[in-house]
Design a binder for this molecule. Sequence first.
Ligand code: FE
Length: 208
Amino acid sequence: MSHQRHAKQPASIAKRTSALRDALNEKGLLPEGQLDTVLDATLAQFEETMNWRNGAKVVARAWTDPEYRARLLADGTAACAELGFEGPQGEYIVALEDEPELHHVIVCTQCSCTAWPVLGLPPDWYKSPEYRARVAREPRKVLHQMGLDVPETIEIRVWDTTAESRFIVLPLRPPATEGWSEEQLASIVTREAMIGVAMVTLEASAEK
Ligand code: FE
């Protein structure tokens, strides 16, 4: 799978950032703690915009509006942008629709890409070498270890992120949610469900 886009990147941003910080510190150009304050504020701001709760809203809309669902499956980037969710790492959003006998799981085996506008920054376990190495090879086992048992009768399809794709799983809507509002539905959709390592259940995930 092609990954040229990041293969060409030099040292990681973290590495370059700390090198720059050290250089500024050596020259006494950085008042103690100032940079951390700025970086923390920037990250908080970033995470407010680039957040998996946006993805939950996309899923809830797709569950309640068949036409939106069709648009989402046809062009994920455009459909997410319709709800205002766009930006870096959101240029190639591909929505994968779960079916009763087909379950999608996403991974980035090369690094840890996610569709930032709808999934936010990746969680630690998604970045772990273990998840990245094993989920494509033995998805059923990995999912089981993460607490999700997928019956043998259901096919599991693993999607590896590429330079031209940032996936989001459109999970199955729990049957007992008939008549729920979009907002109620969005409240039970988790980041894990949109990655494919969990199902959406009726227990709302207050903090995840
Ligand atoms: Fe990646």
